[in-house]
Ligand binder design. Structure first.
Ligand code: GLC
Length: 466
């Protein structure tokens, strides 16, 4: 089949999206935990980056050396330069207030917005129409409250431990938790050490200073609320902020008991874990070994998949670490992760393709998954194209847009690799003991925003799978 014919075929499949959005209103409760913060977003130009490199005297040797922690301002510049030059997304963390002060003074920001998987997903699910959404916040002063959509179905926990509208809460004594989201554009370039580096893909680097999330401070009011009222869906994340230097592994282990209790009280509730970019390998190992097996569903992007592979199968990682992350490679990686963590469902969101692998007895049918994934692709494209998803009647801005040819190429490559040619047209196939659902997406050429996209895709795919 020609690409244009395939595009038409998928266009027809996507016709179910408005009805799918309406069905989200059937979902009674969703809760998100643990990380909510404020994102200070700024766009950095190659010229400004070049200037910061010389001001902080980052050397070429330092630039090419491996590093994932922010201990000095130079590390901040290193992280930005690395991600800019490779067009990749990473998040590095600091617990040093002087680095935070340097960022405040030297980076500034263009705008503030909701940050953290917990906060971003809560806003998304509330605007999509889930009847009640409960969000965990470990700091909820007014500035944080202002990042929540002013919706009556979106609840946080106030200073007295009561659930009330998240946008109205002001836990005055708590400090706003701010992360810098430093975005850069494809084609822009910086010059350093006598060389020019051109950005191959628009992306972002996150520099995080966040004492409460780094220590996984948990709000007791939220725990009580969830234990008492339960949830239909619980979207978990926030472990990626932990570092072994600050007892991250113990913090992961301590939360196991809590999640087990929630599961026991809510045997029917579905738990989804969004892996996120976890730099600390000990923490990443603990999350994959201890938390992932408690989840019904896992979500991750291509980079996070490779990072997870490093832990679950170091030998395979060594083989693939320097290969292109094509759809067939990613399929193999995700399959390994699924096998090792025993997750009943796992969903990868890569550029231009969403791929779900699930057990045959999972509670969702492949068709339900596919509809949820098409809803997610549309909502994500709306977010990319308009910069926000804040009003229910504007969520389908991207509906009816062309399914990208690049996406279809990815899908074709995967279908050929699996020797399942029908996958290109159906999006669904059985493969050994798995059900595979692969959905080509709508791609927005010049996205207005990228941060939080993966969180939105994972949660909307799951909750919209009906
Ligand atoms: C990470 C970052 C947060 C950002 C989020 C987006 O959680 O810490 O700042 O909003 O990723 O996915």
């Amino acid at each position: 089949m020609k690409t244009t014919e395939l595009q038409q075929l998928w266009h027809k499949k996507y016709a179910c999206v408005p009805a799918q959005l309406a069905k989200v209103r059937e979902v009674r409760t969703a809760a998100t935990a643990f990380n909510t913060n404020i994102d200070a977003v700024l766009k950095i130009s190659g010229a400004d980056l070049g200037r910061l490199i010389s001001e902080t005297r980052l050397s070429k040797e330092e630039f090419v050396s491996p590093r994932t922690l922010l201990e000095t301002p130079k590390d901040v510049v290193h992280g930005i330069a690395k991600c800019f030059s490779r067009g990749i997304a990473e998040e590095w963390i600091t617990d040093d207030k002087t680095v935070y002060d340097w960022m405040t003074k030297n980076l500034g920001y263009d705008r503030l917005q909701m940050g953290g998987q917990g906060g971003i997903v809560a806003n998304a699910l509330a605007v999509l129409g889930v009847q009640k959404v409960y969000v965990h916040t470990n700091a909820h002063p007014k500035l944080q409250a202002q990042q929540f959509l002013p919706l009556d179905n979106l609840f946080g926990i106030d200073e007295n431990g009561h659930a009330c509208r998240a946008a109205d809460i002001d836990r005055k004594q708590e400090t706003p938790l701010i992360h810098w989201i430093i975005e850069f554009d494809i084609g822009d370039s910086f010059t350093a050490w006598g060389e020019e580096y051109t950005c191959p893909k628009s992306n972002r680097f996150i520099a995080t200073y966040d004492p409460a999330n780094i220590d996984l401070v948990i709000n007791q009011g939220f725990i009580r609320h969830l234990s008492q009222y339960g949830y239909d869906y619980l979207i978990l994340s926030g472990y990626h902020n932990l570092t072994s230097k600050r007892h991250g592994v113990e913090l992961v282990e301590n939360s196991v008991k809590l999640i087990k209790e929630w599961k026991q009280k809510n045997p029917k509730g579905i738990i989804h874990l969004e892996l996120a970019s976890t730099q600390d390998i000990k923490v990443r190992t603990a999350v994959l070994e201890k938390i992932a097996p408690l989840a019904d569903s896992l979500g991750l992007n291509e980079r996070e998949a490779l990072d997870a592979l490093e832990v679950v199968n170091p030998q395979k990682y060594a083989e693939l670490a320097h290969e292109d992350l094509t759809a067939p490679h990613l399929f193999e990686i995700v399959r390994q992760i699924k096998e090792k963590t025993k997750a009943p469902r796992i969903q990868l969101h890569m550029f231009g393709l969403y791929l779900t692998l699930q057990n045959k007895d999972f509670y969702l049918t492949p068709e339900q998954n596919m509809r949820g994934m098409m809803l997610a692709s549309t909502v994500a494209a709306t977010k990319a194209g308009t910069g926000k998803i804040e009003e229910n009647d504007k969520l389908l801005w991207a509906h009816g847009r062309e399914i990208s040819a690049l996406s279809l190429n990815n899908l074709q490559e995967l279908a050929a690799y699996l020797q399942r040619p029908e996958l290109v047209q159906t999006g669904i196939t059985d493969y050994e003991n798995l059900q595979i659902i692969a959905v080509p997406t709508i791609i927005i050429e010049k996205p207005l925003t990228l941060v939080g996209m993966g969180d939105t895709i994972s949660s909307v795919s799951l909750i919209g799978a009906r």
